[in-house]
Design a protein around this ligand. Structure first.
Ligand SMILES: Cc1ncc(COP(=O)(O)O)c(C=O)c1O
Length: 368
């Protein structure tokens, strides 16, 4: 038998520090969920499901792709979905991945080689960090949202590399704050770099037609790569990158997370297509979300830059106690701890949905 003590010691240590993760069986019925990324509140929209199911009954979609995209798994639904994305963004190409994790882990190592440099915001998501670690490129991190620091890194290093990738999220997943995309476009142009923006938490929520913060800031055409996910506001599964034709072809040939995995089932692609097609109509939900975020932040006494509102507690055990208190009162909001966020910044991450009511948010504030 192999040595098991080191694993049980680690679990013991996690337990002692209030840092042990457990899997829960869904959200108890009747609880208000503030820990989901279902920002537009589409996950439980029965009308949408019915409309979709009525539409698909005649088509007989399948529940598996049964092979990778490069073999027989590249169903026609991929083609129509990528075409729709391309048209919505008015860009040359779109490429769908199985998830945002697959996209970030696959794109960066495929495109950034040993003679390239990646410079990423300090708080980018784990999937981007893993993508940087998996590849051959050098990488540097700039202080969160500190573009003077980014500028200094680029001044010092950019000329030593073939290609430089500037990588950021648009709305940061755990802090809910925003990148200054206009500044990033300026720096991209100054250093002739490639700009990579992960819009996982902005797609559906920002922009006139819900395409994200790049649309809202009118810089879709300036980004070399826009990554979006379907598993959050769009109530589906999968992810995509918007880029040019050349990069798409290159990624189909080099992105290992696209090549060596079973493709998404046609039924899921069809559902994503169905939702994406009506994304521009969800303006009521987007407005509700903005209003709720503003009101909730005011009640909490913090400033909100988005629908993700962190309530920093610091200590893991205090954050757990606070979360349990809210759960006992009908509000499902989980503590976020290290390593998802920095040590001693454990927090409740309030993830608002267009369907939340201000009355419930007021109750949360009084419970806190
Ligand atoms: C910024 C960011 N990018 C990518 C992902 C991964 O997306 P997915 O859940 O589709 O794997 C997440 C997930 O939380 C995220 O927050």
């Amino acid at each position: 038998m192999a040595q098991l003590d080191k694993y049980s010691a680690k679990i013991q240590e996690l337990t002692e520090h209030g840092n042990l993760r457990v899997l829960r069986n869904g959200v108890p019925e009747g609880m208000i969920n503030l820990s989901s990324n279902d920002y537009l509140g589409l996950q439980h929209n029965e009308e949408l499901y019915e409309e979709f199911l009525d539409e698909i009954s005649i088509h007989n979609y399948q529940f598996t792709a049964a092979s990778s995209r490069l073999l027989s798994g590249n169903s026609v639904e991929y083609h129509t979905l990528e075409l729709l994305l391309q048209q919505l963004y008015k860009r040359e190409a779109a490429l769908v991945f199985n998830s945002g994790y697959h996209a970030n882990c696959g794109i960066l190592p495929a495109l950034a080689g040993a003679r390239d440099l990646i410079v990423a915001d300090k708080l980018v998501h784990a999937s981007i960090i893993d993508g940087m670690r998996l590849g051959q490129a050098q990488y540097e991190r700039f202080r969160h949202l500190d573009y003077e620091h980014l500028d200094a890194i680029l001044t010092e290093h950019a000329h030593n590399y073939e290609n430089v990738f500037i990588v950021t999220e648009s709305i940061f997943s755990m802090d809910g704050d925003r990148a200054n995309l206009i500044d990033l476009v300026r720096l991209k142009n100054k250093y002739n770099a490639l700009l990579y923006v992960d819009e996982a938490h902005a797609v559906g929520v920002y922009g006139q037609s819900g395409l994200g913060l790049c649309e809202e800031m009118n810089i879709v055409q300036d980004c070399d790569f826009i990554v979006g996910t379907f598993g959050k506001a769009l109530a589906s599964v999968g992810a995509y990158v918007i880029c040019n034709d050349l990069f798409k072809t290159y990624l189909i040939n080099h992105a290992r997370t696209l090549i060596f995995t079973t493709a998404l089932p046609p039924i899921n692609l069809a559902w994503t297509h169905f939702i994406l097609n009506q994304l521009h109509t969800f303006t009521k939900q987007r407005k509700a979300l903005v209003n709720l975020s503003g009101q909730f932040a005011k009640l909490l006494g913090v400033t909100a830059q988005s629908h993700i509102i962190p309530y920093i507690i610091g200590d893991n055990k205090d954050a757990i106690a606070c979360s349990e208190h809210l759960q006992n009162n009908g509000f499902f909001v989980l503590p976020i701890r290290y390593p998802t966020v920095a040590k001693n910044t454990a927090r409740l991450r309030f993830s608002l949905q267009a369907t939340h009511s201000i009355n419930n948010l007021q109750k949360i504030v009084s419970l806190l």
